[in-house]
Design a protein around this ligand. Structure first.
Ligand SMILES: [Zn+2]
Length: 377
């Protein structure tokens, strides 16, 4: 009975509703479908352009900051792809526009990196990597990528031999990777917030953030800031502060349970942990701005552009310009501090000094520890 009641109710409700009065055009199914494909392709192109832009900006930062980082990963300066990596609905449209097929091929070649220097080009189809000839059946792409990864890892310190097909030609390259900072670069297409952050292992930037920062130098500035957080170990430091702050609160809570019979359900411990994690947040942000300037300055981008990024942050979030500092310094303070750092970096460049941040007495600049220890008598 209930099943019948709802449509019946709908009829009465709709009967009472006002309707539009104009004659709107009919949309044919095929026309709609064709337009859907065009819009999906439009989305793909935008994302692909932003992905390339993100890597074009981030990879040189990860390379030039190399000696500030404790651990490194090999970077050949290429990305590969395969038509199976594209979702089925848009695959045919993308294949018409891009050079991608059922075999692994070069998707990007990054300027200034080893693959570009030896002449690898976009569209080159992989035939052989070292001793391993890629199979013709690449339906199990996951397995093939794992095998490729394994083959490359074996040669991370030496030359990788790459044989590719380019049109009618077969080409052979020997590529020795650069060592870059060991962070995973992630461009997040799902998160709709404008955001950039690091968890110590990844440098994550969201698509709306990329779109907001239209200027490459400004975008490089904020990515440098995130890298500086990772380089200075801020995530780990915040976790340590949270644990330290939570410990006495946890004991107090236990005492309340055992002595007073009061169970606060861990609220006190959680609140203390959050306070601990945020205790030096503003100071850590200041440090990330400061060290970030050094990361940025190593790429040869115009130095004056870095403080500008923090005016852009004021534009993105006017509430950050002035007022109370809970997690970050105000964007006005950040701009002024960065202009001072700018002078410091310029002076070091002029004097030919290494671009390392000034440290407090007894502290060693990031990534420099081993050198100092090995020099010690
Ligand atoms: Zn930050």
């Amino acid at each position: 009975m209930r099943n019948l009641l709802i449509p019946l109710l709908m009829v009465f409700v709709l009967a009472g509703c006002a309707t539009p009065n104009t004659e709107v055009p009919e949309v044919e199914d095929v026309a709609r479908k064709l337009e859907e494909q065009k819009q999906h392709l439009f989305v793909f192109k935008n994302r692909d352009a932003q992905r390339q832009r993100f890597l074009n900006i981030s990879l040189p930062l990860m390379k030039s900051a190399g000696d500030l980082c404790e651990t490194h990963q090999p970077e050949w300066g290429i990305r590969i792809w395969h038509d199976k990596m594209i979702s089925e609905g848009v695959r045919s449209a993308i294949k018409r526009e891009y050079d991608v097929g059922p075999y692994l091929s070069i998707r990007d070649v990054f300027s200034g990196f080893p693959a570009e220097k030896v002449g690898v080009k976009r569209g080159d189809v992989l035939l052989k990597v070292n001793d391993w000839a890629l199979p013709a059946d690449q339906s199990d792409l996951k397995m093939i990528l794992a095998k490729l990864d394994e083959t490359l890892k074996k040669n991370k310190n030496g030359d990788v031999e790459l044989v590719v097909q380019r049109g009618e030609e077969r080409k052979r390259f020997f590529i020795s990777p650069d060592a870059i900072c060991d962070y995973k670069l992630v461009l997040d297409f799902k998160d709709q917030e404008r955001n950039a952050f690091t968890d110590g292992e990844r440098i994550v930037v969201t698509l709306p953030f990329m779109e907001f920062f239209q200027d490459d130098d400004e975008l490089a500035s904020v990515i440098s800031h995130e890298m500086a957080h990772a380089i200075m170990g801020h995530v780990e430091a915040k976790q340590r502060n949270a644990t330290l702050a939570a410990a006495p609160a946890f004991l107090a809570e236990m005492a309340l349970i055992f002595l007073g019979g009061v169970n606060t359900g861990g609220d006190l411990t959680r609140a203390a942990a959050a306070m601990g994690a945020n205790a030096y947040s503003v100071d850590f942000e200041k440090e990330a701005d400061y060290v970030g300037m050094y990361v940025y300055a190593r790429t040869g981008r115009p130095l004056e552009k870095m403080p500008d990024a923090f005016r852009r942050i004021g534009l993105m979030s006017p509430r950050s310009i002035a007022g109370e500092e809970t997690t970050h310094p105000t964007s006005a303070k950040r701009f002024v501090a960065l202009q001072k750092t700018l002078e410091e970096v310029k002076n070091k460049k002029k004097q030919g000094l290494p671009l390392l941040p000034n440290m407090k007495d007894g502290e060693i600049a990031p990534g420099q520890k081993e050198d100092k220890e090995s020099q010690a008598p």
